[in-house]
Design a protein around this ligand. Structure first.
Ligand SMILES: [Zn+2]
Ligand SMILES: [Zn+2]
Length: 110
């Protein structure tokens, strides 16, 4: 499999206030809010595996939510642990890159 530089990370860092920084191998930088990441979790307890219906009520996420740890899982994903105890979600690097919220990416995906 050919590894695409867009979907590989150079640096992953938790920043304040409640931000996750990813620097990609192609030099692009993405900043995600911890809350947006938590809300986009697709694990079996947040999204129904069969119907893809969201099971997570965004209102149940505490205001003070923080991502407290981030770990690489294999070469293609990140496991994020949150202050609300949620730690089962895996975000694929491809999905993260495609959902980069910077103006440049929003424009090119529009
Ligand atoms: Zn989840
Ligand atoms: Zn971007």
């Amino acid at each position: 499999m050919n590894l695409d530089a867009r979907y590989q990370t150079e640096l992953v860092e938790l920043l304040e206030p409640a931000t996750l920084l990813i620097v990609w191998t192609d030099g692009h930088e993405s900043l995600y809010s911890h809350r947006d990441l938590r809300e986009s979790c697709e694990c079996a307890s947040c999204v129904d595996e069969w119907t893809r219906q969201p099971l997570l009520d965004p209102d149940s996420i505490p205001e003070s939510l923080r991502c407290v740890a981030v770990e690489a899982t294999g070469r293609y994903g990140l496991n994020l642990k949150f202050s609300d105890g949620h730690a089962t979600g895996i975000w694929s690097l491809e999905r993260l890159r495609k959902s980069c919220p910077c103006p440049e990416c929003l424009e090119s995906s529009a």
